[in-house]
Design a binder for this molecule. Structure first.
Ligand code: FRU
Length: 457
């Protein structure tokens, strides 16, 4: 179970459950001014158990209101991960012209993994469809995490589903009758593990529309555990074709703690939220009465790099209205708050650290070889899990994707440290558990740094 920590480590900007266990974000959908966030939830303990869908809503992706549990386990099984869409034209006929339904599609995890739907007319209470499952299965062992999207090529609903070491694609006119249209994988399965929580969506570029396929893959413990790979390619309305050569996997986040990230349906921007912890130690984090946190929501886009072609870029969504002050920081300064942003500009190597009264220290920077590094080995309580304390999970060093001048945005929030380098071309999410708040910042190197306190009431 979640270990007894010195503090509650409750972040101000990041979503956490009111109490008990949280893992993957589910059913990310926007409708009528509300962002819905459903999540894998076990309401009776701070460890994983029979899965429910927890629920919260927000108007700005920062302040969340907790709502009653949306979906409970039943005879078909636990309610595993899935997605939701706003069925504006009532294609499912589960609502009406005047009151279109939100339709959620999820995996029933019982003896088998099968796909089911539920709908809501008020966005709060959900009714399970009477003839579930809508995609029965008695053959494939791992068959889960349906992500529904609009298929503009066939003018119908599309869906991508993890099926063992690959994904399957489906199409539907009404969100109820689904027909399989194609498969992708297992090429590019660097982890050789089970594929989970896929997502497929288009992004515009100067070379036309490109499609991005996200696949979360549990890497072995020797290889940093939970990670989310992405492929860039084309979607023909039936299946996905990758532009990658599969030599080198690319991850949506190069930090230690980002998994099962998926994007919002029905928003103009492509906004992603991920589970901000690694399966390898998720149920041992020292957060007392709750366990689990989401990453800060980020907007995705594609940028053409000189050396590497198109790469996915992640930028945190705006928190500007919560910023109360801005000051320039000198090479040794005090930290006044536990929730703040830093902007760093420079072109030479630098190293920065946050320290607290106990002498615990979080270190990061850019080295002489143009690698971005992070060291959380002495950042706070690290011995709650032997995996967290391992070198592979304590220090990282990843090359930048461009040379010269850099800009870095940092979002620090009590126990969450997120770093966006070169406008988000590289980004890193990870948790740290300092026994008392970091109260000092120091750096070496020729950089300019501004500090912004963030207050969320
Ligand atoms: C990913 C995952 C999903 C599954 C869910 C169960 O973290 O394993 O594949 O639906 O968690 O909670």
């Amino acid at each position: 179970m979640s270990t007894q920590g010195k503090r509650t480590f409750r972040p101000a900007l990041h979503f956490t459950p009111e109490k008990m266990w949280l893992n993957d974000p589910n059913g990310l959908v926007y409708e009528n001014g509300r962002y819905h966030l459903f999540y894998q939830h076990y309401p009776n303990d701070t460890i994983w158990g029979p899965m429910h869908w927890g629920h919260a809503i927000s108007t700005d992706l920062i302040k969340w209101k907790h709502l009653p549990i949306a979906l409970y386990p039943d005879d078909l099984g636990y309610i595993f991960s899935g997605s939701a869409v706003y069925d504006k034209n009532n294609t499912s006929k589960l609502g009406s012209e005047n009151i279109p339904p939100i339709v959620a599609m999820f995996t029933h995890h019982g003896k088998y993994e099968q796909q089911s739907i539920a709908y809501s007319l008020d966005g709060i209470t959900f009714t399970k469809y009477k003839n579930n499952p809508v995609i029965p299965n008695t053959e494939i062992k791992d068959f889960r995490d349906p992500k529904v999207f609009w298929n503009p090529i066939k003018n119908c609903w599309g869906m991508v589903l993890a099926a063992g070491d690959r994904v399957h694609f489906f199409n539907s006119e009404n969100l109820i009758c689904w027909e399989k249209s194609g498969e992708f994988g297992p090429e590019g399965n660097y982890a050789r593990g089970v594929w989970e929580c896929p997502d497929l969506f288009p992004l515009e570029t100067e070379d036309g529309t490109k499609w991005i396929l996200l696949v979360s893959m549990g890497m072995p413990v020797e290889d940093r555990g939970s990670r989310t790979q992405y492929f860039i390619g084309q979607y023909d309305g039936n299946t996905f074709l990758s532009d990658h050569s599969f030599q080198q996997p690319e991850y949506i986040d190069d930090g230690f703690d980002s998994y099962a990230g998926v994007t919002y349906h029905n928003t103009e921007d492509r906004i992603l939220i991920a589970w901000g912890i690694n399966w390898q130690y998720a149920d041992k984090t020292p957060t007392n009465d709750y366990c689990g946190m989401m990453t800060f929501p980020r907007k995705l886009s594609l940028v053409k790099t000189k050396q590497y072609g198109y790469r996915l870029v992640s930028k945190p969504v705006a928190w500007a209205e919560y910023i109360t002050s801005k000051t320039l920081i000198s090479s040794e300064d005090s930290l006044q708050s536990e929730t703040f942003a830093l902007h760093i500009n420079g072109k030479d190597p630098f190293s920065m650290s946050f320290t607290n009264a106990e002498g615990q220290v979080l270190i990061f920077g850019i080295d002489e070889r143009n690698n971005i590094f992070i060291d959380r080995s002495k950042s706070g309580t690290v011995d709650f899990s032997d995996v967290f304390a391992r070198e592979k999970y304590s220090t990282l060093s990843i090359p930048r994707l461009q040379d010269g001048q850099y800009n870095i945005d940092i979002l620090f929030d009590v126990c969450s440290f997120e770093m966006f380098v070169d406008g988000g071309l590289r980004n890193f999410s990870q948790v740290v558990y300092p026994d008392s708040p970091y109260n000092k910042i120091t750096f070496t190197g020729n950089i300019s740094v501004s500090y912004h306190e963030i207050i969320v009431e």
